[in-house]
Design a protein around this ligand. Structure first.
Ligand code: SF4
Ligand code: SF4
Length: 483
């Protein structure tokens, strides 16, 4: 969580005269005029029952998530402390920006009730016999989980607050993403972690691989083994791994995977990815029709929300943005430097890099990351039988060029093609501290960008606020150079 001008700690910045303490009772924006605008927007435009209930829950003072959180064994004191700055920070970073698309209201509402309604949906699903699987990597095949009628939730891993707790069991010089994720469980402040029946880990990097062994002491953790190369035999190995995972899901959920439910699972996740692709394509326009920070939060929420509801909301946003593009309207002047971000994922609630770039006058138009292009670029091909579907589910992510693979020339090609399609002025290669795969690969990325004379800047950081001044200076100097 980061502090920006106007940030008032426990106090919501939108009520400077009559301060409304953001209510940890519901961890939302109750009492905030922006939230009330959002509620009004939703009540005028939404027809689905879930959103009507969301509005109702905000209006109904008797609704109290604390009972829900207590029933999940959460540490309520720490949870209050963790969530208290969120309304102020979100208001300053997102809600106070001008020219935001109206359809962002839905995503604002999801963040505003981040530990409420979706958690209730998951608890209700569990009461009806469904399971919740929590994940940390885009390689985990969510189509299979959804096909079995279960929920797939990408867990939070982008907060500094949870890092000190994790450092009691993990080395300090480890990637903050792994430490943050572990800390959420140790501190018992993430309701998604608490509601999860299983965590699905993977052997992508050594830090994660070993951390799963420790995490398994706190929550059942299933680990998928990911090959490190992409030869024919590696692909065959991964297909087998996916089949084994499918059998595990069948056993845990007591739901038989069939041609029909797998086709449904593929269709739901394909629709979500297609909507995100459509959104990404709209960012080719100049002036940019949407802030990169808004797209980042949407990409982050893609891992949490109900896939069909989420896809329908992204589609609505795209329709609005298409009108903007047709009218040549944007959120930044056409001359604002257009930036592509590449590197490590930026899990919720990590917004620091996008925020600093856009506050300095740039506009982020693309992300070659797993909280971006790598998640949605490819869809799963249809197939006529169950085995063919499992094969296609396994093949799709093998196009994801994660730095955990060697060699990984595909990633450079992806960066260059995005830089070209999005007409970027510069590339920022962002690596989380102590991430060896992306940190080492930065050298190759820089070399290839230099060959093509594409301006680039390498940044390394963690989830803390400590280096904000330094990052700001470097980003401002880079953007100045691009003008
Ligand atoms: S960067 Fe690699 S390990 Fe991390 S989510 Fe993406 S594919 Fe998985
Ligand atoms: S950011 Fe790097 S070190 Fe951290 S989990 Fe991903 S691949 Fe591993």
């Amino acid at each position: 969580m980061i502090k920006f001008p106007g940030f008032r700690g426990y106090r919501c910045a939108c009520y400077p005269v009559e301060p409304a303490r953001p209510s940890p009772r519901n961890a939302g924006f109750r009492g905030c005029r922006y939230a009330r605008d959002t509620v009004m927007f939703l009540s005028f435009t939404d027809t689905d029952a879930v959103l009507r209930n969301r509005v109702k829950s905000w209006e109904d003072e008797s609704v109290d998530n604390r009972e829900l959180w207590a029933s999940l064994g959460m540490d309520l004191g720490k949870h209050d402390e963790f969530l208290a700055p969120l309304p102020g920070a979100y208001t300053n970073l997102f809600l106070e920006r001008s020219r935001r698309p109206r359809a962002m209201s839905y995503f604002d509402a999801v963040v505003g009730d981040i530990h409420g309604i979706r958690v209730k949906e998951l608890v209700a699903a569990k009461e009806n016999g469904h399971k919740v699987f929590a994940t940390f990597c885009v390689y985990v095949p969510e189509e299979i989980i959804v096909a079995a009628g279960s929920a797939c939730i990408g867990l939070c891993a982008g907060a500094q607050y949870t890092v000190p707790a994790a450092e009691k069991v993990l080395p300090r010089n480890l990637c903050p993403l792994i430490k943050s994720a572990m800390g959420f469980k140790l501190e018992r402040i993430c309701p998604y972690f608490q509601v999860a029946d299983w965590v699905i880990g993977e052997t992508t990097c050594d830090g994660k691989k070993k951390a799963w062994e420790i995490l398994n002491d706190y929550v059942p953790t299933y680990v998928m083994e990911l090959p490190q190369k992409k030869r024919v035999q590696d692909n065959a190995f991964w297909e087998e791994e996916v089949r084994e995972f499918a059998a595990f899901v069948e056993k845990e959920t007591e739901v038989k995977l069939t041609k029909d439910n797998l086709a449904e699972g593929i269709a739901k996740i394909n629709r979500k990815r297609a909507a995100l692709k459509r959104l990404a394509a709209l960012r080719q326009a100049s002036p940019a029709p949407i802030h990169g920070l808004d797209v980042l939060v949407i990409n982050q929420l893609a891992f949490f929300d109900d896939p069909e509801r989420f896809a329908s909301r992204v589609e609505l946003l795209c329709t609005e943005l298409e009108e903007r593009v047709a009218q040549n309207e944007g959120v930044a002047p056409p001359e604002a430097p257009r930036i592509l971000i590449t590197g490590t994922p930026q899990p919720i609630p990590f917004w620091k890099i996008h925020a600093l770039i856009e506050q300095a006058g740039g506009v982020v138009v693309g992300e070659e990351t797993c909280t971006g292009e790598r998640y949605y670029r490819d869809l799963t091909e249809p197939a006529s039988n169950k085995d063919g579907m499992l094969v296609n589910i396994a093949r799709r992510p093998l196009n994801v060029n994660c730095a955990c693979f060697t060699p990984n020339a595909g990633r450079v090609k992806d960066i260059l093609s995005l830089a070209d399609n999005l007409r970027v002025d510069g590339v920022i290669d962002f690596t989380l501290q102590f991430c060896q795969p992306y940190g080492v690969e930065s050298h190759t990325v820089a070399k290839e960008l230099e060959k093509r004379e594409i301006p680039h800047l390498r940044l390394e950081s963690d989830f803390s606020e400590e280096d904000q001044g330094q990052l700001k200076t470097r980003i401002e100097a880079f953007l100045e150079m691009l003008k």
